[in-house]
Design a protein. Sequence first.
Lengths: 651, 168
Amino acid sequence: MRKFKNPMLVLFGLALVFTSCGDQKKGNSGALTSNAAEKVYVAPGEHDEFYAFVSGGFSGQMSVYGLPSGRLFKVIPVFSQDAEKAWGYNEETKPMLNTSFGFVPWDDSHHPDISQTNGELDGRYVFINGNNTPRIAKIDLTVFETTEIIEIPNSAGNHSSSFVTENTEYVVAGTRFSVPVPQRDMPINEYKGNFKGALTFISVDPEDGGMDIKFQLMMPGFDYDLSHPGRGKSHGWFFFTTYNSEEASTLLEVNASQNDKDFIAAVNWKKIEEYVNNGGGTKMPSNYAHNVYNEETHTATSTMKKEVLVVNPTDVPGAVFFLPTPKSPHGCDVDPSGEYIVGNGKLSADLTVHSFTKMLDAIEGKKYDGDAYGIPILKFEDVLAGTVSQPGLGPLHTEFDGQGNAYTTFFISSEVVKWKLGTWEVVDRQPCFYSVGHLMIPGGNSRKPFGKYVLAMNKITKDRYLPTGPEVTQSAQLYDISGEKMELLLDFPTVGEPHYAAGIAADIVKARSKKIFDLKENKHEYGITSDADVRVERNGKEVHIYMSMIRSHFNPDNIEGIKVGDKVYFHVTNMEQDYDVPHGVSIIGANTSELLIMPGQTETFVWEPKQPGVWPFYCTDFCSALHQEMQGYVRVSPANSNIDLSWSLGD
Amino acid sequence: MGKVNNSLLVIFTLLLLSCGGKEEKKDGFSIERKKATTEKKAETPTTNQVKASERIDLTSKGVGPINSITLDAEIDQAMVTQGEEVFNQMCMACHRVGKKFIGPAPNGILERRTPEWIMNMILNPDVMVKEDPLAKDLLVEFNGSPMANQSLTEDQARAVLEYFRTLK
C-alpha cells in the first residue's frame, strides 16, 4: 500500500506541472505555421478527403465529420433518442431501443470500428458499443443510419468493444465490469473468484451483415478495458487489456492498482470457433434483445433471445493465454503487420510492446509463469518485443501510420508521441490541448492505414474556445503526420465526448451512399405507394391515417370525424423520388417529436387529441417555395359526437 | 392616457365594424383580392395573353436528354399499361387525369407539346423550369409550385408518354 502510494503522488505532481505548462502556453497554439489553414481548407463545394466517425460518448450517438476540414455532416442517433430525426420517437424506430430492461433511450457510446475485408476497410458498416446497458449497434453506411442493435447478456459496462476481425467475421464486445453470471443476489464482497468477465463474439453475416452472438467466453472476474484483433500473421487471435486483476469491488482507484502487472488476454478465437462448431460450449438460458431495422418496411422489430452459448476458457486448451503487462493497461493495439501488440499501461512510465511471434514460441515451449483460474500466464520477458522508455505520462492508446511509426496518446502529459516500431525510439512529440484520450488515424485499426492525419480526442478543453458557461465544448485536434514531424493543423468542437473514432477514405464510402428509397420497394405495413391509396380508417378508438406528402401538400389535408379519446396514427409517406427532398410533419400538441421522412419512406407518429377543435399540422422541413403552404387541419369533435370520418384534399 | 384609450376605442370600433361587414358577405374579402390580381396582370404588357398551359407549341423539344422520339401510328397497349402504373405511383400526387390539380391535367397534352418536350419535362424538370421558356411560364401559372423530379428512367417516361396518348 505504502509503496504504491508514492509513485502515484509522483505522477500527480508531474501532472500538475504539465497541466500548468499547458496553461502558460495559452495563446501559443502550438506554433501554427501559416500554411496550416491551407491544409485544412476545403473550398466551398469541394469534398473532404476522409470521413471521420466520432463517438458521442454520453450523448449515445455518433457524429460524422469530414477531414481535414473538421466540418460536421451528421449526428447519427444510435443509443439515444434524437428528436431531429424522430429516432426512438416514431413508431418505426422505438423497437431499436428495446432491451431486456425495457425501453432504454440513452447509452454511452464509445468505440466505432469500420467493417473490413482482407484486413482493409471496406466501408460497409460502422459498429459501435453502448457501455451502460451493454449493446452493439451497426450503422449501415449506405444510409448512415443505425440498422441493427444487439444487447449483450452477462456483460456490464461494455467497454472493450466493438472491434472487428479482418474479414468482419466477428465484432467483439468485452465486459468492463465483471458481474455474477448468471446475475443473482449475493454479497458484493464475495466478488473474488465468483464474478465473471464475459467476452462476446458476435458473428456478422457476410451477405446481409446480420449480427448473432456466436459464443461468450467466460473469463475470470477482471475488468476488460480495450481490445483489438490480430491481423495478417496474428489473424485468428484477439487481444484484450485487463485491469483490476486484483478483483477488487471497492475503491478501485487504489485497490485495482496494487499489482505490478495486469494482463493482456490473448484469445485464439479460431480455435474456440472450431470448438463451438463441433458442439462445444454450454447453452445458457438468457434474455436479450435483438433489434433489426428493415429498410423495405422502414420499420424495426425487436426480438427477445432466450439462450446464449457460453464457453469456459479452460475447456479449450491452447485457446486463451495471459500476457503480463505493466500497470492497468488501457489501449490494446495491434500494428498493421500483426506482429506487435502494444499495451498502454496507463500508470506505467514505459510503453510495453509484445511480440506475437515470441508469444507463439512461448506457448509452443509451454513456458508458463503459473496460471490465473486455470489460464496459463506467459512469462513477461518471453513475450516482450520491446519497451518505449519514458515516452510520456499516462499512455492510453496507440495507432499506426503504416510506415513503421506508432503514435501514442499520453493523458497526463497531454501529448501525442511518435515512435518507431522495432527500434522503440521516440521521434517526435506534440502537445494536445488538453488531456488527450484516444487518437485515430484513418484505417488505423487495419492492415492498411491512411497515414496522413491523426485525430486526437481531448478530455478537457478549458480555454480553447469561447466559453459557454460551466460546460464547455468537447473537442478534437487534427495533426498532419505526413512528414517526419507532426504538425498541429486544427481544433474543432465535437458532439458529446469523443472517446474514439474511425476514419476512412471518402471515396470508399461516398459512391455507395443512397440517395432515395425506392417508392416501389416500400413495404411499410401502413405505407402507400400511390396517392390512390390515401385513406383514413377507424378501428374502434384507433384511427389510422394513410397520408402522402409531396411538394407542397399533404393528402389528405382536411380530416374530420376524429374524436377526443382517439389514438390517431399518422402514417406519412414521402412520395418524392428526388435526392435531398425530405419533408417533416407534426401536429400541435403531439406528445412526441416531428417526423423527418426521406423520399420514398414511411414514418408514423401517434397523436392523442385531448380537446375538441380544429388543429393544424404542417411540414417542418423547408421543402420548396410553397413550403409555408404545406399545411392541413384535423377537426376534433367531442367523444360522443357522431360526425363521420371524412378526408379530402383540394375540395 | 385618456387620449390613447380613446383612439384605441375608435380603432377597435372600426375593426369591429369591418368584421361585421365581412360576416354579411362571406366571400367578399377574397373576391376583392382576386380582382386586384387580375387588374395587375392586365396592366403588365409582357404577360402572354394565352395561358402557358393552353399555348400550343409543336416544335420546341425542350431541354434535356431526349432529342428525338418517333411515335408509332399504333398505340402500344402494353406500354400504356406500364405508363399508367408509373403515372399513378409517381405523378398522381400532383397531376390528376381530367382535372387541373397542383399541376396541369395530362389530357390532350400531345396536341400542345412535342413528345420530346413532354419527356424532357418529366426527366429534367429542374433545368426545364430554368431554361425552357414554356416551362418557366408554366411554373408561374401554377403558382410557383415546382415540378418534382421523380427520378423516372427514360423507359418509364416513355411509357408515361404512351399512356398520355390515350388521354384525350
